[in-house]
Design a protein around this ligand. Structure first.
Ligand SMILES: *Cc1c(COP(=O)(O)O)cnc(C)c1O
Length: 450
């Protein structure tokens, strides 16, 4: 029998995270302050503990995972990898398809991989409360989960469209003891500014970030915590790819192509960067970030310095952006509705070392349903983007007869997204045209620096 489930032992959980900066051909672009000059670590100190700031600017290839964090990772790690035999058969492809399943964490996605160490370092630094934003609710639930474990209070600004679409994610956060607000709120300067312009605002990740940052900056005992984009977040997520490499070793295989959904870039980086190390050493492998056509940051955005939030409170980061005040359509993959992208992912894409494609919403649900009916797991709408891209490649392999080895990250399950599946089944789901005019309008507001 060919192996279907590829598992690791608890003692095979990696002891270090991998920092891609060590293998990038060029040094990372520095974040800039409001005056257009590079900022130092001290500029981040009101928001983050020093241990995370050090990771943010580190050039070391390997960074030790604290023993306590590694012990707690074992609550759901190592995560399983599967060979998708039944999907391959249904497609009639000569390609081999593997996927890593991050939905086994208590919150149902890869997000706890970074929430856990972030809570750990903040608690070590004497912080009492964490503030953050959430899109679909995945990040908010991950942070709420770990908050209690470390005795931290958690306050979450949840993008309004998701707050209304996904009430059970909100209930999860409440169950784990967090406070949750529908963003934009009237409690922050940032929220009030947005509501004055548009009282009906659906919210966006950019706006929710502005609110969470404002609260952290104004309170000494409160730090801000980000679920994606930043270097230290991507670093923590490399545990996915490091485990996957060991799992491929166990079955004596190696991927030709890796696919992951890409919002802020953290699960893509997490699964792909450890393989980038091999690519940098000369190995042939394609690393493909998959985004929605309605929020096509890498494929249609501009590579420029921009704010990470909607109001302009964060440092400027050089990244692919649709403009910090771009308001993405209300698609169901809420975790992919972000105007920007990680600076590291953006730089590697700019240098042609990784690839990106955009796929439309309805086709992603078709892929998700085919996956659920063959492999069993019902994927998160975000993960459906990677599945779509992987199935399309497997079908190309069928045409060409090439037996490629394909691998994607199943970043989370869709158990709290069944309303989105219902809309798909009832034919209510829409494909949004590429919002060219809105993007052009927003790009005119890019800060003039760099
Ligand atoms: C948040 C999320 C994403 C997108 O965020 P990245 O930082 O790009 O990984 C993808 N899939 C799931 C399940 C998510 O929760």
């Amino acid at each position: 029998m060919t192996q279907t489930k590829i598992q690791l032992e608890e003692n095979e959980i990696p002891k270090q995270w991998y920092n891609v900066v060590a293998d990038m051909p060029n040094p990372p672009t520095p974040p800039l302050g409001p005056d257009g000059n590079p900022i130092g670590p001290e500029a981040l100190a009101p928001l983050f503990p020093m241990a995370l700031i050090e990771q943010e600017v580190s050039g070391e290839r390997w960074i030790d995972i604290p023993e306590k964090v590694r012990e707690m990772y074992a609550i759901w790690r190592p995560t399983p990898m599967f060979r998708a035999h039944r999907l391959e058969q249904a497609l009639g492809t000569p390609a081999k398809i593997y996927y890593k399943y991050e939905g086994v964490s208590p919150a149902g996605s890869h997000k706890p991989n970074t929430a856990l160490p972030q809570a750990y370092y903040n608690a070590e630094a004497g912080i009492k409360r964490l503030s953050s934003e959430t899109g679909a609710g995945q990040w908010g639930s991950a942070l709420s989960l770990v908050g209690k474990w470390f005795g931290l209070d958690v306050v979450i600004y949840m993008v309004k469209v998701s707050y209304d679409q996904k009430p059970f994610r909100r209930s999860m956060m409440h169950t784990w003891g967090a406070e949750v607000f529908s963003s934009p709120t009237d409690q922050t300067e940032a929220g009030r500014t947005i509501l004055e312009k548009d009282p009906e605002s659906l919210g966006s990740l950019g706006i929710a970030i502005s609110e969470a940052v404002e609260v952290a900056a104004a309170n000494k005992d409160t730090n801000y915590s980000l679920g994606s984009v930043l270097n230290h977040v991507l670093l923590h997520q490399t545990i996915i790819g490091l485990e996957a490499k060991k799992q491929f070793e166990k079955v004596g295989d190696y991927p030709d192509m890796i696919f992951a959904p890409c919002g802020g870039g953290s699960n893509f980086a997490g699964v792909a960067f450890p393989f980038f190390a091999d690519k940098a050493a000369g190995k042939k492998i394609q690393l493909v970030a998959v985004e929605p056509t309605s929020c096509p940051t890498l494929t249609k955005g501009t590579y420029a310095y921009d704010f990470g939030d909607a109001i302009g409170l964060t440092p400027l980061m050089k990244m692919y952006t649709l403009g910090h005040d771009f308001m993405p359509p209300g698609i169901h993959a809420g975790g992919l509705r972000y105007h920007g992208d990680s600076a590291l992912v953006s730089q590697l894409y700019h240098e042609g070392l990784i690839e990106a494609i955009a796929v439309p919403q309805i086709a992603t649900f078709e892929a998700g349903v085919q996956f659920a009916q063959t492999e069993g797991i019902i994927p998160a709408p975000e993960a459906n983007h990677a599945i779509r891209a992987c199935i399309d490649e497997a079908l190309r392999c069928k045409e060409s007869g090439e037996p490629k080895t394909l691998f994607f990250n199943l970043s989370g399950h869709g158990h709290f997204d069944m309303a989105a599946y219902d809309s798909f089944f009832s034919g209510e789901l829409e494909d949004f045209e590429y919002p060219e005019e809105d993007i052009q309008a927003s790009l005119r507001n890019l800060p003039r620096v760099g």
